[in-house]
Design a protein around this ligand. Structure first.
Ligand code: ADP
Ligand code: ZN
Length: 670
């Protein structure tokens, strides 16, 4: 996702130096203001004195005249001959003392009548000239205005900068309708090629054709063939969609415009549409080119059925503009649009019809071989222990995406560095896997002995039940080391299967309830520790009843809506009565499985206890330890597996068994 050598998008005036606005000039303004205040005070040329000093001067007959300004400031002028006195030359300095015109001093009086009357009376008594003035303090007013305008300007600049997104010269409001695509110029653009993308062979093959077209369009147009205008990469996050798009650009050696669907969205009406227009205009100027829009579902969601009025209208406008542009550019204009999303089901149908995104390319989670390839790519830059077995690593990471694997490789290197190793070893990778899934180990999390015992029995319960029911995923490891937010976890290796039977789902529910059941059986009370188990169970049970049609009473009915439209509707697609039936059936189903789990545990209480005490002692136990307690599993699948393993003289390495493992594995946390 990192962008190598991004060339800034500078539409047209390419070499115009970007005048970057900064805030230093505000400091400048402030300094000028302060200086001018000082200056004005100096030019006034009066010295501040206390009122009692004034009275002293008055009594010694030095004062010629006073000016009372705005009823609060009194300016004092000293008689010409008195100015030579030492008090005044000291106070005023030679030059000021030479200025006989005055005023020389100033002091303030409270503007109470009493104080003024007293001042006037004493001045009268000494025969001092008196003068009242109201003076506009224009100096202060101007400063206040300058400051005010300055602040307003700063605020305005700030908002404009935000709106402009920092892009383009000046980054001001005038650019708000411009696209924010990042442009990678041809050649110096991405140096990513298909070789950097591991696995995904089918996707690469399909995309190869697009690359071919961009390189030699004649080959196709000569035969009258039309080239697809767009391809949609669909797949879960982190599976390499962005990477693929970059690789296309790198291979085809054309400019690559990259942006995310949410870049179009702004709070102003019409901005999205105008950004789309601008994007295509730019791309056409540089054709042949590729436009890549990540997370295209941000704008491409199915129209209609708006819940919130305004926001949706704006998105619709944007989408309409996108559709128009896609129709607008001819097949031979050489601009190819590549979109990426993990929710193809919510996209508007108009986007998907032929002539727009006429190719959908599925980018799936990598299987075992895919993961091996991805590991190889990301292990390349690491200094590895020579004994490291890539296949072993791939087996440990079922359900991991390419991004997860990249993350694990990096994490392992960090762990090795922290331990001051010279090479990254197998154990570092295992630690990295644990850490990525479960979060950081919290060795010093404070847990009471009681809690620890509870967690141990809870996890042992999961392990026992999943060992003893036929279809639960095989366990690879149970731990009671606190990690992230969980206090313990049982790890399974889910098997590869594309269809799941009702029986299998029930067994899984039963195993997930095993944790709470064990607490119940052993201590007669249950804890909050089963939250995530219950969440999983509830979802699965509702899915069985209302999505997969696996419940006799509700029948062969599914309320699943693959178009995603129902997300916007408040009502349920079924009647109140059905809703009640669904709830009842779900609750019945879960309770039956809970009782079943309890029964299994009661019947195997000795083994459960043995397991829990081993857990308390070792904190982590593996499949082998379970085998010692329970004996070999006798279900058909396990027997077949054992014979297969025996024939290929076994590749079991340090614990977890290499079973086929292609669905996401999540720790069933405590
Ligand atoms: P997506 O766009 O599908 O969410 P990305 O393409 O951004 O995922 O992938 C994120 C990172 O994961 C990539 O930068 C790359 O390091 C790694 N990655 C994902 N899939 C693969 C793959 N098939 N081969 C190599 N690396 C991959
Ligand atoms: Zn649990």
């Amino acid at each position: 996702m990192e962008n190598e050598n991004p060339t800034k998008n500078d539409r047209g005036g390419s070499e115009r130096p970007r005048k970057s606005f900064n805030f230093y000039w505000i400091y400048g303004v402030i300094i000028v203001v302060i200086l001018s205040i000082q200056l004005m005070q100096l030019s006034g040329g009066t010295r501040p004195i206390e009122i009692n000093e004034y009275e002293r001067y008055l009594n010694s007959g030095d004062v010629r005249r006073i000016d009372i300004v705005n009823d609060e400031t009194v300016l004092v002028t000293i008689k010409k001959d008195s100015l030579a006195k030492k008090v005044h030359t000291d106070k005023l300095g030679k030059e000021a003392a030479g200025n006989s015109a005055g005023p020389h001093y100033r002091f303030t009086i409270g503007n109470s009548d009493a104080a003024q009357n007293k001042l006037v009376a004493s001045a009268d008594a000494h025969g001092v000239e008196m003068n009242y003035e109201t003076q506009d303090n224009w100096g202060r007013d101007i400063i206040q205005w300058v400051l005010f305008i300055g602040i307003m300007l700063a605020v305005w600049m700030f908002f404009m900068r935000r709106l402009g997104g920092g892009g383009g010269p000046g980054g001001q409001i005038f650019n708000i309708g411009k696209s924010r695509a990042q442009v990678f110029e041809a050649g110096k653009s991405t140096n990513i090629t298909f070789n950097d993308v591991a696995g995904l062979d089918e996707a690469k093959e399909e995309l190869q054709e697009i690359v071919d077209f961009l390189k030699t369009p004649k080959k196709y147009t000569a035969l009258g063939a039309k080239i697809p205008k767009g391809a949609l990469l669909v797949g879960p996050p982190g599976t390499g969609k962005t990477l693929l798009a970059k690789a296309i650009a790198g291979e085809a050696n054309v400019p690559f415009f990259s942006l995310s669907g949410s870049d179009f969205v702004e709070m102003f009406v019409g901005v999205g549409a105008s950004r789309v227009r601008d994007l295509f205009k730019q791309a056409k100027e540089k054709a042949p080119a590729i436009i890549f829009i990540d997370e295209i579902d941000a704008i491409g969601r199915a129209r209609g059925r708006s819940v919130s009025m305004g926001a949706n209208d704006e998105r619709e406008n944007t989408l309409n503009q996108l559709l128009t542009e896609m129709d607008g550019f001819g097949t031979n204009s050489g601009v190819i649009l590549i979109g990426a999303t993990n929710r193809a089901d919510v996209l508007d149908r108009a986007l998907m019809r032929p002539g727009r995104f006429d190719r959908q390319i599925f980018v799936d989670m990598p299987d075992l071989n895919g993961r091996i390839d991805i590991f190889k790519v990301h292990l390349k830059p690491l200094k590895l222990d020579t004994a490291l077995d890539v296949e072993f690593l791939a087996r440990q990471t079922p359900g991991f995406s390419g991004a997860d694997i990249a993350n694990i490789c990096n994490e392992a290197a960090l762990i090795a560095a922290r331990k001051k190793k010279t090479h990254v070893e197998k154990q570092d990778f295992l630690d990295a896997v644990d850490r990525v899934i479960g979060g950081l180990e919290k060795k010093n999390k404070i847990i009471t002995a009681d809690e620890k015992r509870g967690v141990a029995y809870h996890e042992a319960g999961h392990a026992t039940v999943s060992w003893l029911v036929e279809h639960a995923s095989p366990l690879i490891k149970v731990t009671i080391v606190p990690r992230g937010r969980s206090l313990g976890a049982a790890w399974y290796l889910p098997e590869e299967r594309h269809l799941t039977t009702a029986e299998q789902m029930l067994d899984e529910i039963c195993a997930a309830l095993g944790g709470r059941a064990a607490e119940d059986v052993m201590f007669g009370k249950v804890s909050t520790g089963a939250l995530s188990d219950l969440e999983k169970v509830t979802k699965q049970a509702y899915a069985m009843v209302s999505v997969y049609g696996l419940n006799a009473k509700v029948g062969n009915i599914s309320f699943y809506d693959s178009t995603g439209q129902s997300e916007y509707s408040f009502g349920k697609p079924y009647s109140e009565r059905t809703a009640q039936t669904i709830d009842e059936e779900v609750s019945k189903l879960v309770e039956i499985q809970y009782e079943r789990a309890k029964k299994i545990l009661v019947e195997n209480k000795d083994k459960l206890t043995a397991l829990a005490s081993q857990l308390l002692e070792k904190e982590v136990i593996f499949k082998e330890d379970l085998e010692k307690i329970f004996g070999d599993r006798t279900f058909a699948r396990d027997v077949a597996e054992r014979t297969a393993a025996a024939n290929s003289n076994g590749t079991t390495v340090g614990g977890p068994a290499p079973t086929p493992d292609e669905t996401p594995s999540l720790p069933a946390s405590a």
